[in-house]
Design a protein around this ligand. Structure first.
Ligand SMILES: O=P(O)(O)OC[C@H]1O[C@H](O)[C@H](O)[C@@H](O)[C@@H]1O
Length: 450
């Protein structure tokens, strides 16, 4: 068998650390791997057909450009006189945008470049919390804030509640006439017989709206205007993100076998380990602050796409090296049910150098003369070795550079991998029927005045 696949040469995946040859009896035997790989072959072929017949809009999204032009124009207009851009929306209507914004340092204090400092601040409120929202809206600066409200369905209670509370606050501040300049909506186009509360509400106020792609569901929307809007706000080259994503689709079309296509290998391994080796938990652990939201985005993608009909594995987001000091004990020595994906960004020579004299004084001679990036690199290479010795399966994904193209490729990789895993498991990766019940019961409680 072959180990190591490239996604359009943007990164390198290795599943060697999941195999019996590397980690012993807890790894996958060559025959089991070959058998699962053969089962994914028809699904890879079906995916190629989905592309050719334009049946899966996600695979074509990277080729579109008109929506980027429209989003750029809307953002430029909205940003006039703005000091803060507030993004409301939840789940897939926020996590992709957060992931892309983080490439430009969002949520990593003290790292903003001069260009980023010159732009309006970017804030995301994806969780509904009364105290938080009161704090956000209780400010004399509402006129300098802009509110981008994203909901594919236009009916998500949390997002509607945020939008309505903000409209009321803006009105109360005497800014009612400014509302069409202060707000922007992203939601599905009007469809007869389908209510869209956000669209109806915003139309009433004359608020401009961008169309949410109808063929791309929330947790797959990071490459549409939903995810690209916050990226643009942080000054990220969104066309390069799409080019990176396209490289993965190109790799799919060019692949001669499932083994040649990294997302097919990733999906095969995740499913095979769960079925053959009792793996119940999938840990996504990047070693880079700028990828920590990627792990959060992946958690929704994997959980909602695969957790149905009794199938699925539990995704956990982790961050290296931080979580070596938190969750690693469990991954190394807890129940044999964890499978780790470690994402490494080449970091040797990056960052400040640790002074040898001071390191010696601190009793940490080994750190002396190394950069911070050298230390992180050593850790991120030592961990898979330690996992292998403990007989714990691990996949590594190596990035020579973290930039727009690589991140676009990673996002497309994980989305295709998840779709393929779903199809291999025999579940529909695009719905989430079980989340409805809690929504219905919430509505009932509110209607009863509970
Ligand atoms: O974009 P929206 O329609 O507001 O949906 C936002 C989120 O909420 C739903 O409950 C789903 O579980 C998620 O898959 C979705 O991303």
């Amino acid at each position: 068998m072959r180990d190591g696949q490239h996604d359009g040469s943007k990164f390198h995946q290795s599943i060697g650390g999941c195999l019996e040859a590397t980690i012993g009896e807890h790894g996958l035997a060559p025959s089991a791997y070959a058998s699962w790989l053969s089962r994914i072959v028809p699904h890879v072929a079906a995916l190629k057909d989905d592309y050719r017949n334009s049946r899966l809009a996600l695979l074509r999204v990277a080729e579109e450009t008109a929506d980027i032009d429209a989003a750029e124009a809307a953002l430029a207009h909205l940003s006039e006189g703005a000091k803060t851009l507030v993004f409301f929306g939840t789940g897939g209507s926020s996590l992709g945008g957060q992931t892309l914004a983080q490439l430009a340092g969002w949520k990593i204090p003290g790292t903003a470049t001069e260009d980023q400092k010159s732009r309006p601040r970017t804030r995301f409120y994806d969780n509904l919390d009364g105290e938080t929202l009161a704090g956000v809206l209780n400010t004399p600066d509402l006129a300098e804030m802009r509110f981008i409200v994203t909901s594919k369905s236009g009916g998500t209670a949390e997002t509607l509640a945020q939008a309505i509370a903000t409209l009321s606050a803006v009105k109360a501040a005497g800014l009612e006439a400014q509302i069409p300049k202060l707000f922007l909506g992203i939601t599905e186009p009007e469809k007869s017989g389908k209510a869209n509360g956000l669209r109806t509400l915003f139309a009433q106020f004359g608020i401009p709206m961008l169309e949410h792609h109808t063929g791309v569901g929330g947790r797959f929307s990071c490459l549409t205007n939903v995810g690209l809007m916050p990226a643009m706000a942080r000054g990220i080259d969104v066309r390069a993100i799409r080019a990176g994503a396209k490289s993965v689709v190109d790799a799919l079309l060019a692949s001669d076998s499932a083994e040649d296509f990294a997302p097919a290998v990733g999906a095969t391994m995740a499913v095979a380990l769960s079925k053959e080796k009792g793996i119940k938990t999938l840990v996504m652990m990047p070693y880079a602050d700028r990828l920590s939201r990627l792990a959060a985005w992946f958690v929704q993608l994997w959980a909602e796409s695969l957790g149905k009909g009794g199938e699925g594995t539990t995704p956990i987001g982790a961050l290296g090296p931080l979580d070596q000091h938190s969750q690693l004990q469990l991954f190394m020595d807890g129940p044999r049910e964890h499978y780790l994906t470690i994402i490494r960004v080449a970091s040797e020579g990056v960052g400040p150098k640790v002074d040898s004299g001071l390191a010696e004084l601190a009793g940490a001679d080994m750190l002396g003369g190394h950069t911070i990036g050298d230390i992180v690199s050593a850790q991120s290479h030592a961990l898979p070795e330690a996992l292998a010795r403990a007989g714990r399966p691990v996949r590594t994904i190596d990035l020579a550079k973290l930039d727009e193209k690589t991140l676009g490729a990673l996002l497309m990789h994980f989305m295709i991998e998840t779709i393929l895993a779903g199809r291999l498991l025999g579940v529909d990766p695009f719905d989430q029927p079980a989340v409805e019940l809690a929504k219905v019961l919430t509505k009932e409680r509110l209607a009863k005045g509970a």
